[in-house]
Ligand binder design. Structure first.
Ligand code: PLP
Length: 403
């Protein structure tokens, strides 16, 4: 039998940038008896979560809830709005932006990727993975597309692989400035309910979300928030779609139901998560994550190690990437920290494999659990022979105590 519950004592520190630690209140909600998904009780639950998610996305437009991981909602955004051979402009900020581009290519879309230009002395092989989307590059490319071949611009709001957040309002402004009709699609899988996100105000056409990050749920629910323009585009889009099709979903959702069997128990959890987040107030939720991010960055600064995000204006409130000296194997360090201190850290993905680790600061956390996670990192770094400039734990304690 698999020994999945083999933590020796105390609680495991799940400090990856999602799935995030799930609050007990949500775990209890998940454990309610499963109900008939076509019965009267379910309709009320369905209406509640669909309506509640509009508040979380800060939209008055439809939100579609899929029993899927975030990757499914990426696919749903594209297949509902585009046709084979359509050109999409994607901006490579990191591993997840590249994966979305790969998925689009597999769907027979013509993908054009741009990335941040310039060199980087710390990570010369991946300079674009330290910076946010530069809206000027998008504007410049769209201005050259006089025949409007580009049908969609796709960006990642919070790039989980790097800890870099991009300004969606500025990207929307770039589309306006270029007077280009392309749809704006945004992956906010790790931004939603942690970093400020405004689907309507920022004029996003399709927002893609997931359950396992700021919503503090296990993986298994994914979302598309859609604009009227996206719904219009869906009327003529010809990419094949069935399970992901918005039309039947929206029809069933009117009365709180789904065209197929939804993940009933996870939706109990989603209902609880929405209650918790709205009771706290979204602005407070965003402030809480900003505060945690600043505390973790104070620790990394005290260690004297470079933060993956090279632009302080784009620091993620959700995850901080820490670059290690070239001679240190980041994966060996993470393994040591897991074995010795029962602390899981995010690995370097794609071009960053082995060069960095990521500390997630989201989900069911608080100042003290974060301090413990920082202590685990600091002990692991010392045990691995990494020369540290000072104590990150002390810096983070000072940060949290003074605010
Ligand atoms: N996009 C971002 C920004 C992510 O962080 C992730 C997963 O971590 C994904 C997409 C893919 O989502 P999933 O693994 O739930 O399919």
């Amino acid at each position: 039998m698999l020994e999945l519950d083999s933590h020796p004592r105390g609680r495991h520190f799940l400090q990856i940038p999602g799935p995030s630690p799930v609050p007990e209140r949500i775990l209890r909600a998940l454990s309610q008896p499963t109900i008939d998904h076509r019965g009267p009780e379910f309709g009320a639950l369905g209406l509640k979560v669909v309506g509640g998610m509009r508040k979380i996305f800060q939209t008055s437009q439809p939100v579609i809830v899929y029993p899927a991981s975030g990757t499914g909602a990426w696919e749903a955004a594209l297949v509902n709005t585009l046709s084979p051979g359509d050109r999409v402009l994607m901006y490579e900020t990191g591993h997840f932006a590249s994966l979305w581009a790969k998925l689009a290519t597999r769907l027979s879309l013509e993908v054009e990727c741009v990335t941040s230009t310039g060199s980087d002395p710390v990570l010369p092989h991946a300079p674009g993975w330290r910076r946010p989307v530069d809206p000027r590059q998008i504007e410049e490319r769209l201005r050259r597309d006089g025949s409007h071949r580009i049908k969609a611009v796709c960006v990642v709001h919070n790039e989980t692989s790097t800890g870099v957040t991009s300004s969606i309002a500025s990207i929307r402004a770039a589309l306006h400035a270029a007077k280009h009709p392309a749809l704006l699609m945004v992956d906010t899988i790790s931004g939603l309910a942690s970093a400020d996100y405004r689907h309507d105000e920022w004029g996003v056409d399709v927002s893609v979300g997931g359950s396992q990050k700021g919503l503090m749920l296990p993986p298994g629910i994914a979302f598309n928030a859609v604009s009227q323009r996206a719904l219009e585009a869906a009327k003529t889009a010809t990419l094949p779609r069935s399970f992901w099709s918005w039309d039947e979903m929206l029809e069933s959702n009117r009365t709180g139901y789904f065209p197929f069997t939804p993940n009933t128990n996870l939706l109990y959890g989603l209902s609880e998560s929405i209650d918790m987040l709205l009771a706290e107030g979204l602005d407070n939720v965003f402030r809480r994550h900003e505060r945690w991010g600043a505390g973790v960055r104070a620790a990394v600064g005290a260690w004297g190690l470079p933060i993956q995000c090279a632009d302080p204006a784009a620091y993620s409130p959700v995850v901080t990437g820490v670059i290690l000296p070239e001679e240190v194997d980041a994966d060996a360090l993470r393994q040591l920290i897991l074995q010795r201190f029962d602390l899981s850290l995010g690995m370097g993905l794609g071009k960053l494999k082995g060069r960095m680790f990521r500390i997630g600061h989201l989900g069911d956390s608080n100042d003290l659990t974060l301090l413990a996670a920082i202590a685990g990192c600091e002990m692991g770094l010392k045990l691995s022979g990494v020369a540290l400039a000072g104590s990150g734990v002390q810096a983070a304690m000072d940060h949290f105590a003074s605010r």
